[in-house]
Write a new protein. Structure first.
Length: 316
């Protein structure tokens, strides 16, 4: 295989990538035609899309290409999960520099396929273009299998708020990497590859979740979306939040507050949902707050001073 993407060429790259993409049971026609064909048994398709830009959402000196592929897929698969749906397929657009090593591009695609395989989904097609930076655009499709989608707008006063998955880990890894370090490995790997609680979305729907959201921009910020869409107030009890030992250790070394990372850090792709009071939740769901009449999100009954979530246009 030629060394660079430019030497390999568009169609050579497409061939090298698609040869490494296994197709799952939901795919009726995979890569190779003008479009793929994916089964939609109940007549509805859940669709989401996300964009990762080099040096904004990832850095090649921080993450290997497989990491970038895993992260790009995970961010979209978790959005499908957040609707109470099951992911079925991904379509990927790649913008790549001509001098990018072809092996890097192939490894990126392998990471995408490996993450998708964790939920039985497939990468069914996409496009490649020349770009000054690496850009990864992923569109994910999913099926509700006859169920009702769980939206952000169904939370009701009296509901409890529960979270499934890790919070603050990716932010801790980002803070470590930003200071030129590569350890502790646990938090650095959390930044490179989210650990999505796959299956928890459909599980929450079956348990009667009234609203749900993927936590990608920070717990408080994403709960703010739920509160606004549902026209309710949400209060988070900080005593219920898991501030893991690795986060405390890193925060101590950096002179930071690990609770801030848990409340406002993004990219962990946990799920947060509201449930009727008294709902019996599995152990992997932790009740962290309550819904009441009103508006906005508070922590222990008060406004939280730190930024409440990520905004792509809020900074440089």
């Amino acid at each position: 295989m030629p060394d660079s993407v430019g030497e390999l060429g568009e169609f050579g790259l497409i061939g090298a990538v698609t040869a490494r993409l296994p197709q799952g049971q939901d795919v009726l026609l995979g890569p190779g035609d003008d479009s793929a064909v994916v089964a939609a048994p109940d007549g509805r398709v859940v669709v989401t899309t996300d964009l990762l830009v080099e040096n904004r959402h990832f850095r090649r000196d921080w993450s290997d290409p497989s990491d970038v592929g895993h992260k790009a897929a995970a961010q979209n698969l978790s959005d499908i999960e957040a609707m109470g749906a099951r992911p079925t397929s991904l379509v990927v657009g790649l913008g790549l520099p001509a001098d990018l090593p072809s092996a890097w591009a192939v490894a990126l695609s392998a990471g995408l396929a490996e993450e998708a395989a964790l939920v039985g989904a497939s990468v069914v097609g996409g496009d490649v273009v020349r770009s000054p930076l690496v850009v990864v655009s992923v569109t994910a499709l999913g099926t509700l299998s006859g169920a009702t989608p769980v939206t952000r707008s169904g939370a009701r006063p009296g509901d409890v708020v529960a979270v499934c998955g890790r919070l603050g880990w990716a932010e801790a890894g980002f803070q470590v990497l930003s200071r030129g370090f590569r350890t502790p490995r646990l938090v650095v790997e959390a930044h490179r590859r989210p650990q999505v609680p796959y299956g928890a979305g459909a599980e929450a729907a079956a348990l009667g979740a009234t609203a749900m959201c993927d936590v990608s921009d920070g717990l408080l910020g994403d709960l703010g979306h739920v509160a606004a869409a549902s026209s309710v107030a949400i209060d988070v009890d900080p005593a219920t939040l898991d501030v893991a030992a690795p986060l405390r250790e890193v925060a101590s070394a950096l002179g930071a507050d690990p609770l801030t990372w848990v409340l406002t850090g993004g990219d962990d792709n946990a799920l947060v949902a509201t449930f009727p009071a008294g709902a019996e939740l599995p152990d992997r769901w932790t009740v962290i707050g309550a819904v009441s009449a009103g508006s906005g999100v508070t922590v222990d009954g008060a406004e939280y001073a730190a930024p409440g979530g990520h905004d792509h246009f809020a900074g440089p």
